[in-house]
Design a protein around this ligand. Structure first.
Ligand code: NI
Ligand code: MN
Length: 228
């Protein structure tokens, strides 16, 4: 059974693996790039990388409607519980856990994590998932470039999902350097073209990555999926 990654626009991702449906940073309401809605999606698990509104997004509503288990850092999980989310699993940076869908480790990210109401959201994270069939996917979510991406790359990545939008996260030039550190088989760019502030020429970036590295770039349209 293969694994299916869907980009819903901005940093919202869907992952179907081992018969489980995961949503990552499900920001649909108010997301001009959203390819679906909070009402239309289903999930067994929701992963939240940090507290910003464009990542927590519709987590509370989707979790309440679907009964999905939300996985995030300890601080965000506590905040979600106070909002009425019943099923949660706290982890923290550097820590992994064998969930039914695979082994999920929370990775370092350089960013902020204040929650929408100003509450403290702990440290932001990325996600490194080893699937039931041994595939490794790293989703960086919001981060600047950091040298320890090399350590994540040493895990042997099938897929890396990284931001290229600049301004709030890595831009194209640093995202190219990230690909050189991560050395994934496939890279998927996210967190661009949602708003004019993070508009990027993704095709030009893809050409440069493929010219300078052995990584294949998979540019998805919002709503589009790929198997891995
Ligand atoms: Ni953010
Ligand atoms: Mn963001």
């Amino acid at each position: 059974m293969s694994n299916r990654l869907t980009w819903y626009g901005h940093a919202a991702l869907g992952l179907e693996t081992g018969g489980y449906r995961l949503l990552i940073d499900p920001f649909f309401t108010g997301n001009p790039a959203a390819a679906t809605s909070a009402e239309a999606v289903t999930a067994d698990y929701i992963l939240v990388s940090h507290g910003h509104g464009d990542h927590v997004g519709d987590t509370v509503a989707i979790a309440k409607r679907t009964g999905a288990t939300v996985i995030s850092n300890f601080e965000i999980v506590n905040w979600l519980s106070a909002q009425g989310v019943e099923k949660t699993h706290p982890q923290h940076l550097g820590g992994g856990f064998k969930h039914p869908f695979g082994y999920l480790k929370l990775t370092f990210a350089i960013h902020g994590s204040a929650l929408p109401d100003g509450s403290y959201g702990g440290n932001p994270c990325g996600f490194l998932l080893t699937t039931h069939d041994g595939r490794k996917i790293y989703t960086a979510q919001d981060t600047g470039l950091f040298g320890d991406m090399k350590l994540i790359g040493e895990e042997g990545l099938d897929v890396a999902v990284i931001p290229i939008g600049d301004n709030f996260t890595m831009g194209p030039a640093d995202a190219l350097r990230a690909v050189k550190l991560l050395q994934p088989k496939i890279v998927v760019p996210i967190h661009y073209n949602t708003w004019p502030l993070i508009a990027q020429d993704v095709e030009a970036w893809a050409r440069q990555v493929e010219a300078e590295t052995n990584t294949r770039v998979r540019v998805l349209k919002p709503g589009e999926s790929m198997e891995f």
